[in-house]
Design a protein around this ligand. Structure first.
Ligand SMILES: [Zn+2]
Length: 198
């Protein structure tokens, strides 16, 4: 992302450069440049090979903790965080911790499946949709709980809402883990009778 200073300087430079354009062209170019916000200007510079995109992608920034996120699950290779603009309650993104695609990170897929089970048990949706894609070279799996009678609609979630949901899901996850452990212990405690063959 361009800093405010860079944004101003680059805009000024561009406006100087177009002074040599024929008048008709100059006017429309000037209008376009002046209307651009920082993001659009950056895109314009990248498209015209005037700068190279070396900045880290948004998912790398989330993974390294530079962007605030609401983590609900994790394994050694991947993270599952709540989408801050969810299209349904519990909409979660599973992402590799490193900049790679889902094909190159089977553990992300595994985390997505585990997370969908936790979401199912916490929020009781009718169904859960799992979709993988790649954004700026970084793999991302959308885990979307689907509820009957509720249409999908992208909405900005409040910080408090996200925090509550994170807590609710994390608590359920811990509970599920505990039950799983207890179940394993019980199975191990079963007397080992010799297997009979008819
Ligand atoms: Zn990345």
């Amino acid at each position: 992302m361009l800093t405010e200073r860079e944004f101003k300087d680059i805009k000024e430079q561009l406006l100087k450069q177009i002074e040599s354009f024929p008048p008709a062209q100059r006017e429309s170019a000037k209008k376009k440049i002046e209307a651009m916000n920082a993001e659009e200007l950056e895109q314009f510079l990248i498209q015209n090979n005037l700068i190279k995109k070396t900045d880290k992608c948004i998912f790398c920034l989330i993974a390294e903790g530079s962007i605030r996120s609401y983590k609900i699950n994790e394994n050694e290779e991947a993270l599952a965080v709540l989408d801050i603009n969810p299209i349904s309650e519990g909409h979660t993104l599973a992402i590799p911790k490193e900049h790679k695609t889902i094909e190159n990170s089977p553990k992300t897929l595994q985390l997505a499946h585990e997370t969908s089970v936790i979401l199912k048990k916490t929020l009781n949706p009718d169904e859960i949709k799992i979709e993988s894609s790649t954004v700026q070279g970084h793999g991302v799996i959308n885990i979307i709980p689907l509820y009957k009678n509720k249409k999908l609609e992208r909405k900005k979630a409040s910080e408090a809402g996200l925090r509550d949901l994170q807590e609710k899901i994390t608590k359920k996850k811990e509970k599920l883990k505990k039950t799983e452990k207890e179940r394993k212990i019980k199975i191990e405690e079963l007397p080992k009778a010799p297997i009979r063959t008819p």
